[in-house]
Design a protein around this ligand. Structure first.
Ligand code: AKG
Length: 425
């Protein structure tokens, strides 16, 4: 079997004849792309390829450790089949011109009550908002973006030393496309560097040197800003400032440095598939290359364009559950990048960290009138969820109390707490 990635990499000049059945490179043929391809719902013009073949191609791509950027560097002009998205995931052209104006919240505003109300409204209506005057110097923002760029643009031999999609003691992973690749779902057009920031951070010697300092400095900023934001969110629920912090102990931070290289066929794939974050919330910084797409009112997609210098916040599944649906975790994805310049984003996911605790709607905000809509979950369940492929509200759907909830999932204490909560109001 031809190794399409390495063949392509060995080739400086690619002459690609895309008749359906043959793609030739100056040295050898890319056999992986020769086999016809099919998917249910695919239209007649789609080539047909078996699941076995897709599985083999995924393995080859992964074992090459070159990431998606390696394919682009090799000069490919059509994307390998493993990146084709099923038709239902493809972009509807009308959504490309729709823009979502999410609230812009000025953290330096003098009236805290107004800021609390803005955070509360944005978290419940949009699930997304932007922060300006957040206190993080522009140079810090530039540094972390440039350092993620520098890592992704390292020589392949240097970068591939970090390549792994399995959890490891180094607590640093770098992989091409999404964390879980399989033949049933299209792969996405990006590369990611994941670094554990807490509570047991990656030892600095394991973080690639080219971004070590910038990531450590970014984490310091994220801890401060994340804590301040959680205080505002807590007050937005009518609780004391420290309530969510005490409950959630959100020390478990993970950073994803995402690199979306140019995609030669952006209408066939996605930069990142649609998902919600299984976090408390996420703080997102990106460079000026657009691509973030957000589902508005649960059905239409729109572009989210952040103000220069702003940080984007999105509510995660954990906070939707804890707030008993007062705050919303909203579906988002990233378009495949049609521009020559890469899109780079740095997402910091804030997760609960207290192993001993269970998490569910806060008794203080549930009552007989507004009973808990979710059962409790623990960190084991949350971690299992995070290990799976990016998904849409999987944790929320698993925990939602409804006809499918098994009797053993009910927590009598929770019912009692709801009652006590309501009688104290
Ligand atoms: O790159 C982006 O803009 C979004 C990243 C994202 O959604 C994620 O890393 O979960």
């Amino acid at each position: 079997m031809g190794n399409f990635v390495l063949d392509a990499l060995r080739t400086s000049t690619l002459s690609i004849q895309t008749s359906f059945h043959e793609i030739k490179v100056s040295f050898g043929s890319i056999k992986s792309l020769l086999v016809p391809w099919t998917r249910s719902n695919s239209n007649n013009s789609s080539p047909v390829i078996s699941k076995t073949k897709l599985r083999e191609d995924i393995k080859e791509f992964d074992e090459s450790k070159v990431g998606v950027k390696g394919l682009v560097d090799a000069g490919i002009t059509s994307i390998p089949r493993i990146f084709y998205q099923p038709p239902e995931n493809l972009i509807d052209s009308r959504s490309l011109t729709r823009t979502l104006d999410i609230p812009v919240i000025d953290l330096a505003a003098s009236d805290r009550a107004i800021v609390v109300r803005q955070v509360q409204e944005a978290s419940s209506k949009f699930g997304f908002f932007q922060l300006i005057n957040h206190g993080i110097p522009l140079c810090r923002m530039d540094d972390v973006i440039l350092s993620i760029k520098a890592f992704n643009e390292l020589e392949t031999e240097l970068k591939s030393q970090y390549y792994s999609r399995e959890g490891n003691e180094k607590r640093v992973l770098y992989y091409g496309s999404s964390l879980h690749l399989n033949e049933l779902e299209g792969a996405s057009w990006n590369d990611t560097l994941l670094v554990a920031l807490g509570p047991e951070p990656a030892e600095s010697c394991y973080v690639p040197e080219v971004c070590r300092m910038a990531v450590a400095e970014w984490d310091e900023e994220m801890k401060k800003l994340g804590g301040a934001l959680l205080g505002l969110m807590s007050e937005g629920l009518g609780l004391k400032r420290e309530a969510l912090e005490e409950k959630l102990c959100m020390d478990a931070r993970i950073m994803a440095g995402n690199y979306y290289p140019h995609c030669p066929q952006p209408d066939l794939t996605l930069g990142l598939k649609s998902h919600t974050d299984p976090s408390i919330f996420t703080l997102l910084l990106s460079n000026h290359v657009p691509g973030l797409h957000v589902k508005v009112e649960g059905h239409e997609w729109a572009n989210l364009v952040a103000h220069p210098g702003a940080l984007v916040v999105n509510i995660g599944d954990v906070l939707q559950i804890i707030s008993n649906d007062k705050y919303r975790s909203v579906e988002h994805r990233v378009l495949a990048n049609s521009l020559q310049e890469p899109r780079i984003s740095v997402a910091v996911f804030f997760n609960p960290a207290n192993d001993a605790d269970t998490y569910g709607p806060l008794p203080e905000i549930t009552s007989l009138d507004e009973p808990a809509r979710y059962r409790d979950f623990d960190l084991l369940e949350l971690r299992q969820q995070m290990k799976k492929e990016v998904g849409v509200k999987s944790l929320i759907n698993n925990c939602r109390i409804g006809p499918n909830l098994k009797w053993r999932d009910w927590n009598p204490l929770r019912l009692l707490q709801s009652y006590v909560g309501s009688s104290q109001n």
